[in-house]
Design a protein around this ligand. Structure first.
Ligand code: G3P
Ligand code: MG
Length: 243
């Protein structure tokens, strides 16, 4: 059975990467949550997608130039809708405290492909360990050096390279970066690529699958998981297919 991961939470209906979006994902029946992590000026892992706070908060500038306290005071919901004006940028710790007792999977994307965040890998591992989330979390990144690094720090952590266009024999690439699964852009997953992944027993979790047509395609391949902004729709599509 294919798992449904909520991309930045249920980001079609709520402001992305906020507790409101994560809580909605749980209510929507998502099996897991995908979120993006960066470091604040004082070295705290915080959940936000862009390297700058401009698009999704009422502030301006780079995440790395604000302390966690300053980031937590920003309004991270009004850009989406006034009703979410009390939403803020969660810290990873705040999020883990919420998810740890719930039966959910987790995909942490290390957003370190533009800004270099020294110590991000160590801090994320430490928090996952503290909250007992290690064995239901997969770490992904577009920075594949970071994936190799995190595997060297902990040889049990599950990792997956993110990539946006066609790689040659991507299942070989996954092994080359010491990962166990792949997180490609969904459009690169032609049937011959799907077959290669299956032959090599590499689980695949494509992003960002938002149309019914593509959801159906991946469910019929019995893919490991899809990452979607719209988990409630994915659940409906999955339930409508013959067993
Ligand atoms: O992790 C899947 C997806 O989130 C990767 O792209 O830009 O949405 O973080 P992005
Ligand atoms: Mg992401």
């Amino acid at each position: 059975m294919t798992y449904i991961f909520a991309h930045r939470g249920s980001s079609k209906d709520c402001p992305e990467n906020t507790m409101a979006a994560f809580q909605k994902a749980f209510k929507d029946g998502a099996d897991g949550i995908e979120l993006d992590v960066q470091l604040s000026k004082d070295g705290v892992p915080v959940i936000i997608h862009d390297e700058k706070i401009d698009r999704t908060t009422n502030g301006k500038g780079y995440v790395v130039d604000f302390t966690q306290d300053e980031l937590a005071r920003l309004d991270a919901g009004s850009w989406f809708s006034k009703e979410y004006s009390k939403e803020s940028i969660p810290s990873l710790q705040q999020f883990l405290e919420w998810i740890a007792p719930l039966p959910m999977l987790l995909n942490i994307e290390l957003k370190n492909n533009i800004v270099e965040y020294n110590g991000l890998e160590e801090k994320v591992l430490q928090l996952l360990h503290h909250y007992g989330m290690m064995d239901r979390t997969v770490i992904s990144s577009f920075n594949h050096y970071s994936l190799v690094k995190i595997r060297r720090l902990n040889r049990y952590v599950q990792t997956a390279p993110l990539y946006s266009s066609g790689l040659f024999e991507p299942w070989e690439y996954v092994k080359a970066v010491c990962s166990q699964s792949a997180h490609p852009n969904y459009k690169s997953l032609h049937p011959y690529i799907m077959k290669g992944f299956k032959r090599n027993n590499i689980p695949v979790r494509p992003y960002t699958v938002n149309s019914q047509k593509w959801m159906k395609y991946f469910f019929e391949w019995n893919i490991e998981a899809i990452i979607t902004d719209y988990p409630i729709l994915a659940r409906d599509v999955l339930n409508s297919l013959p067993p």
